[in-house]
Design a binder for this molecule. Structure first.
Ligand SMILES: C[S@@+](CC[C@H](N)C(=O)[O-])C[C@H]1O[C@@H](n2cnc3c(N)ncnc32)[C@H](O)[C@@H]1O
Length: 274
């Protein structure tokens, strides 16, 4: 028997709508059980007996701590070093040679979770252009979730995040710091900065444009309208001819005239003034 009361259903819908409006995270009907489970964890942590009360804390009471907990619980943070190597190969073979002689290398990993992608990019630069290039490199990692940004800043990862990392790379750029735990070396960490930031809060507050932006494995959690708004806002902070990398499963073909589709997961910012 379905014992969900109309009050609980309304609570669920309130939080679902709030999540989409506040941070673009869209839960379609077929993911209802997943969001329910995730919200139950927050309810238990804050000892709230009903979903309707959680909804009231999130919306009416504007309880920042609970809001952050709901956002963290609702997001999927799965990530690892050297994810989707086809896209990374394109970055190494086609973008890095162009950036080689630039005075500053500026990259943004939007929705970086625990920072694995950020550190992967710094390692690729060290390997391809040499350690010297890291001193003129700034890689910014941002995510809406505070706990993942704290973990990214610490730069300590369990071995399972490194399963796709070649052994020689692991021994060169990561140091054991505990049982099955590894920390990124200080030289790599020095090129990387992390901030909490909501992709839905545009225009984005960057003074200088990026040469490449990685926004991977997040757009498919957003409704189409938000996907378009986000990639347009990213275009505003990307150099003409700069590259936006998405996951190979997130196609941007025909989504915005500001981006020219190159191939799966790779899009070029349409020329000057575009
Ligand atoms: C699956 S992880 C992707 C990590 C990494 N980019 C990768 O491809 O491995 C998705 C991340 O998007 C973040 N996220 C979800 N909505 C967001 C938003 N509105 N603004 C910023 N980050 C968001 C989540 O917190 C989560 O850490």
């Amino acid at each position: 028997m379905n014992i969900e009361t109309s009050l609980e259903r309304a609570g669920y819908e309130t939080i679902r709508g709030w999540l989409e409006q506040r941070c673009a995270i869209h839960y379609p009907e077929h993911k209802r059980d997943l969001l329910h489970q995730r919200l139950s964890r927050v309810q238990r942590a804050f000892q709230l007996p009903a979903l309707s009360q959680l909804a009231a804390e999130v919306t009416d009471a504007n309880n920042h701590e609970i809001q952050m907990a709901v956002i963290h619980a609702a997001s999927t943070n799965h990530t690892y070093f050297f994810r989707e190597t086809d896209v990374l190969e394109h970055f190494r073979n086609n973008v890095l040679p162009i950036l080689k002689n630039r005075r500053e290398i500026r990259l943004w990993s939007a929705a970086c979770s625990t920072g694995d992608e950020v550190y992967t990019l710094a390692i690729l630069i060290a390997e391809t252009l040499g350690m010297e290039a890291l001193s003129r490199t700034q890689i910014l990692g941002t995510d809406i979730s505070g706990p993942v940004i704290e973990r990214a800043e610490a730069g300590i990862f369990p071995a399972r995040h490194l399963e796709q990392t070649p052994d020689h790379i692991r021994s060169r750029y990561l140091r054991p710091v505990g049982i099955e735990q590894f920390q990124v070396t200080p030289e790599i960490r020095a090129a990387c900065t992390f901030r909490r930031m909501n992709l839905k809060s545009y225009p984005y507050p960057f003074r200088k444009p990026f040469q490449a932006v990685f926004c991977r494995n997040v757009l498919y959690y957003f409704a189409m309208k938000d996907q378009i708004d986000v990639i347009e806002a990213i275009a505003d902070v990307t150099e003409p001819n700069g590259i936006l990398f998405t996951s190979v499963t997130e196609t941007m073909r025909d989504m915005s005239p500001r981006w020219t589709y190159v191939t799966s997961g790779i899009n070029r910012r349409t020329g000057a003034g575009g």
